[in-house]
Design a protein around this ligand. Structure first.
Ligand SMILES: *[C@@H]1O[C@H](CO)[C@@H](O)[C@H](O)[C@H]1NC(C)=O
Ligand SMILES: *[C@@H]1O[C@H](CO)[C@@H](O)[C@H](O)[C@H]1NC(C)=O
Ligand SMILES: *[C@@H]1O[C@H](CO)[C@@H](O)[C@H](O)[C@H]1NC(C)=O
Length: 527
């Protein structure tokens, strides 16, 4: 599954968005007198959610799976919130010149409304697409599905198109996510929509570099522990990284680390490297191999080298760093805990219109559509937080309420670096590097009070471990005609900016309670 390829914490967030969108219906303007609960779906998210939450318990506002719709001989029937009788099936449409992959028409009949002003909101999903619509009239509706993706039609024939009844109140949220869609829509995955999104939502700037766009490095001047920050702004991973950057405030979306062996040969350690089987794993590979992959990557990576300062290098224990790297080599990428580096607080990590309930909604849908990934991506980690084993999400929510922990608090609980999952220890790209730093001695006396899985990429490059005195950078840095940076950009057509680079000394329990609200991502001291 392509999902297996995501990096640096982005998968979950991406899921979040991929999940919600491709707007099928536009918000209708209704002039009828409404009952208060019926109007809820039409109100802006900021008003409807609090009302909704006050009226319901946590389980009631999760999307409800009503059925997997297949062909006309297997009509699915269910009871909605507004319409008590609903049924649906899919008519498969043969490929045509205009619609080469073929498509389908989802027929949905609503009847027996409990009041004439209510509506039902649905999300329709396969692992390949998500779309949504809402209905407030009792009649037959159709939803057109164009261009099945590779494998999608077969999936729908076998497993069906999943239909989720959304809690009333979702509509404002779905509409508010409108500008997230182009990032994922097939036709406009381009650089320009990623850039526009980051400029608008994050306040980022994209200055074109004059050159040279590829730096000739000399390996002699690169040392063990030097940090590699990457930013992709094109293609599928560009879209994932864009969302990760937005929710975490990081200006880079992926990271790797340099390592020198005893013979002076340069290697790169990377968590989130795709192996021959298409799995994302941790690897240590020769520099040249890694560099060639960057040069030929269609995602157009911007790459910067953040050299360790002389002081950090003096602390660096290369034997311990290599020991750690060898121990982790081949281990899976850290799906289990990636969302937890982002979410540290009950409310202050969710750029509007996201919140913990929406996260729970996405988890619910994702679990249904991609069950194989669900336990990997959060179930195990949530169970660890509760001290339980094997509970699925609804059971987690019930148990968590039983223990007196609201769901948003559960998501905010710090991950512990020594937690071992069913497939081993779990480390995202940046957790892998910071763990190596911890082992190599860079965190000094506070090492035991640092949970690296709590660090985002931004938190990592803000650490005061690097060299920002330009006169001490390697000679190949800032050799072009561009204004100089306090680090070395090695590749890319845009200046890779890293605000607050190299500014914070590590302290105990660093980054366990940090908010991340755009566009300033203000960071309280010692959060
Ligand atoms: C539905 O059943 C009818 C009658 O058995 C059959 O002719 C038709 O091909 C079936 N449709 C599908 C999509 O399987
Ligand atoms: C980099 O190296 C290549 C090949 O040796 C050379 O042609 C090119 O001019 C060099 N570029 C810079 C900026 O030094
Ligand atoms: C460096 O790490 C190795 C392996 O963990 C350890 O045996 C050695 O004592 C360390 N060296 C120093 C100077 O701390």
């Amino acid at each position: 599954m392509r999902m297996g390829m995501t990096r640096g914490g982005a998968a979950f967030i991406a899921v979040l968005f991929v999940s919600v969108f491709s707007v099928a219906g536009a918000a209708g303007i209704l002039k009828a007198p409404f009952k208060p609960l019926d109007v809820l779906p039409l109100l802006p998210h900021s008003i409807s959610w609090p009302v909704l939450k006050s009226l319901n318990n946590a389980l009631d506002i999760l999307p409800q799976f009503v059925g997997a719709v297949t062909d006309e001989n297997n009509t699915v029937k269910w009871r909605g919130t507004c319409f008590y009788e609903n049924e649906a099936y899919i008519e498969f449409v043969e490929p045509t010149d205009k619609n080469k992959m073929g498509g389908g028409i989802l027929h949905l009949k609503t009847s027996s409304a409990h009041s004439w002003t209510c509506m039902d909101i649905y999300v329709f999903a396969t692992p390949y697409r998500i779309t949504w619509d809402y209905y407030f009239t009792a009649r037959s509706h159709t939803l057109k599905i164009t261009d099945w993706q590779e494998g999608e039609e077969q999936y729908v024939k076998e497993k069906g198109f999943s239909v989720f009844l959304m809690p009333a109140g979702m509509l404002g949220t779905l509409v508010a996510l409108w500008d997230v869609i182009p990032i994922f829509s097939n036709s406009v995955w381009g650089e320009s929509s990623n850039i526009a999104f980051l400029e608008k939502r994050m306040g980022a700037t994209f200055t074109k570099r004059l050159g040279p766009l590829v730096t000739n490095i000399s390996m002699d001047e690169i040392h063990s522990g030097d940090f590699l920050a990457l930013s992709k702004i094109r293609g599928r991973w560009g879209g994932f990284e864009t969302l990760e950057k937005w929710v975490t405030g990081a200006y880079a979306g992926h990271t790797a680390v340099c390592l020198k062996d005893d013979d002076g040969k340069l290697w790169v350690g990377e968590s989130g490297h795709e192996n021959e089987k298409g799995e994302e794993v941790i690897v240590v590979i020769p520099w040249d191999e890694w560099w060639n992959l960057q040069l030929t990557d269609v995602a157009n990576p911007q790459v910067a080298l953040l050299p360790l300062s002389a002081e950090s290098r003096a602390k660096w224990n290369n034997t311990a760093a290599w020991e750690y790297a060898r121990e982790m080599n081949g281990q899976p990428y850290g799906y289990h805990n990636m969302i937890f580096s982002w979410i540290d607080t009950k409310n202050d990590n969710y750029p509007p219109p996201l919140d913990a309930n929406l996260v729970a909604s996405v988890i619910t849908m994702w679990t249904r559509i991609q069950p194989d990934y669900a336990s990997n991506m959060w179930n195990e980690a949530l169970n660890k937080r509760l001290g339980t084993e094997g509970l699925d999400l609804p059971a987690v929510i019930i148990e968590s309420e039983k223990q007196g922990i609201p769901f948003e608090e559960l998501l905010a609980m710090p991950e512990q670096d020594d937690w071992v999952y069913s497939d081993g220890k779990s480390t995202t790209c940046v957790a892998f590097i910071l763990s190596m730093y911890k082992n190599a001695g860079l965190f000094g006396p506070v090492a035991d009070d640092i949970q690296v899985t709590e660090f985002t990429i931004r938190d990592a490059y803000m650490l005061n471990f690097f060299e920002s005195d330009r006169s001490k950078l390697p000679s190949f840095c800032n050799n072009g005609v561009d204004p100089p940076l306090p680090y070395c950009q090695l590749l890319g057509g845009y200046v890779l900016e890293l605000p607050d680079y190299n500014t914070i000394n590590p302290y105990s329990h660093m980054d366990e309670t940090c908010p991340s609200i755009p566009p300033d991502y203000e960071r309280p001291k010692r959060c």
